[in-house]
Design a protein around this ligand. Structure first.
Ligand code: HEM
Length: 149
C-alpha cells in the first residue's frame, strides 16, 4: 500500500490541490449568494427560485463532491509513508483547520435548506461575517502545509 501511494504521490497531490481549488471556490461564493439572496432577492418570487437552483447546484454538483475528493486524496497523502511527521505542529494545525472548514461546509448546507424552506433567519451582515471564515482558515492551512513549522 505504502509503495503504491509513493508511486502515485505526485498525481495524488495534484488531484488534492485541484479538489481544494474547486471546494474553496464554492466556500467563498455560496455565502455571497446568501448575502444577495437575503438583501436583494427576498423570498417567494421567481428570482428566489432562481437563487435556490443556483445554491443547490453549487453545493450538490461542485462543493460536496470537491470536499469529498479533497478528503479522499488528502487522506491518501496522510497515509503515504514519510509525508506527515506528527511530532511537528503543522499536521495538527492543518487537521484543526480542515475540520473547521468541513463544519463550515455543513453549516452552509443547513442554511441552504433554510432558504429552500423559506425559513432563513440570518441577515446579510451575518453571512458577510461568516464569509471571512474560509479565508482565515485558508491562510492557516496553506502556511501549515508549505512552511511545515
Ligand atoms: C480535507 C482534509 C485534508 C487533508 C487530510 C489534507 C492532507 C494533506 C497532506 C497530508 C498533504 C501532503 C503534504 C506534503 O506532501 O508534504 C497535503 C498537501 C496540500 N494540501 Fe491538504 N489536506 C486537506 C485539505 C486541504 C485544504 C482544505 C487545503 C486548502 C485550503 C489544502 C491545501 C493543500 C496544499 C496547497 C497542499 C500542497 C502543499 C505542498 O506540497 O507544498 N489541503 N494535504
Amino acid at each position: 500500500m505504502g509503495d503504491f501511494l509513493w508511486e502515485w504521490y505526485g498525481w495524488i497531490k495534484s488531484m488534492h490541490v485541484i479538489s481544494v481549488i474547486a471546494w474553496m471556490a464554492g466556500l467563498f461564493y455560496l455565502p455571497r449568494l446568501f448575502v444577495y439572496h437575503v438583501e436583494v432577492v427576498g423570498s417567494g418570487n421567481p428570482t428566489d427560485d432562481l437563487f435556490q437552483v443556483m445554491e443547490r447546484r453549487l453545493l450538490k454538483a461542485i462543493m460536496t463532491p470537491a470536499a469529498v475528493s479533497t478528503w479522499v486524496f488528502g487522506l491518501c497523502l496522510v497515509f503515504t509513508p514519510g509525508i506527515v511527521d506528527w511530532s511537528l505542529w503543522w499536521p495538527w494545525f492543518k487537521a484543526t483547520a480542515v475540520i473547521t472548514m468541513t463544519w463550515f461546509h455543513i453549516w452552509l448546507m443547513l442554511r441552504r435548506r433554510d432558504f429552500a424552506a423559506g425559513q432563513n433567519r440570518l441577515t446579510g451582515r451575518a453571512y458577510r461575517a461568516m464569509n471571512e471564515l474560509p479565508t482565515v482558515l485558508m491562510f492557516f492551512i496553506v502556511f501549515s502545509v508549505i512552511v511545515k513549522f
